[in-house]
Design a protein around this ligand. Sequence first.
Ligand code: SF4
Length: 359
Amino acid sequence: MSPPRPFEPGWRADPRGAFDLDRTATGAGTVPVRIGDRTHRVYRNANFSVYSAQTCNARCPFCVEELRPLSRGLELLDQRRVEPDDGRYFARLEAALDAVTPVDPSVSITGGEPSIDPRLPGIVDLLARRGARKRTMTTNASGLLRPLPGGGDVLDRVLAAGLEHLNISRAHPDFAINQRIMGVDGPIPDAGLAEVARRCADAGVRVRLSCALLTGRIDDLDGCLRYLEQAAAWGVEDVIFRQLMRYDPATVQRNHITRYSDRHRASMRPILEAIHPSDGAPGHDRFTFVRQVLGYYYYVEVYRFAGPRGPMRVCFEGADLADVQRDAERRAQPVVHELVFHPDTTLSSTWQPWDGILL
Ligand code: SF4
């Protein structure tokens, strides 16, 4: 195993300038993959996202699912098509997984809202049967404790499929405030969240809470510390704080999501400087730097945190959707950084089913 890389202040200051596919990216380099009659350069550490066809039952005013098409000038509804036939859907999911076997990608299920997707049990069963690597799911958790016909609940099926991580979106530790922000229909109560954390821990699955950094909500180090206290009380040892995504102002279609994002994007930089100053001055004594991760449009810092009930893992992530396009434009042969299986069963290298079609 290579020794841990020391902290690079320049990466924090300018992640785009520091990103180099062969030198600084986590997966270093690409793998040639033949799909149909074309050979693609696929990033060695690519992730395969199963993009659930289930419409989300929350109304986050900063919704990433909506922001992705907006950043390309389209509303989500303009690009949304769903394969209605279960048999065709699963056959094509299997074919897509076959096609990317040479990269052995990590696999995540995302949405939409997968926990209320009637196809979720079939999806997790298929991924488990195929031994897909590093399986994760991102959810607002609302459907996890819903009973399934035949016994048990959704969480039972998810845990039986052996996920590595369950990522739960939660914008605020206070239930009522979180509801005002996310507006989930049928939200999971706090006791339900604690139950999910306990059952996941028993099954060896890590729960990670994901908190958007929003001005007036969780927007500074004190807010993060309060959030971490509550996460620990629920039995969660892994938290990621996300700065709202940036996008290219020249291509974006503006609507309430972009207006909210621009108004409420709290910068993670002052929080990082308080935890681990760039100039080498002593940082916050409960945080220990672990590593930095450079992606083609995202940047992450990982810390160990001395939590009230033991060590916790805390990450901070910033992303700029404009870098997705910049990366595609500056290469003669575009690199496939991610693999997205869309609700209409298209496998593409982007979050748009009409762009970067692979299968
Ligand atoms: S839970 Fe996720 S997909 Fe649903 S509205 Fe919020 S950000 Fe969008």
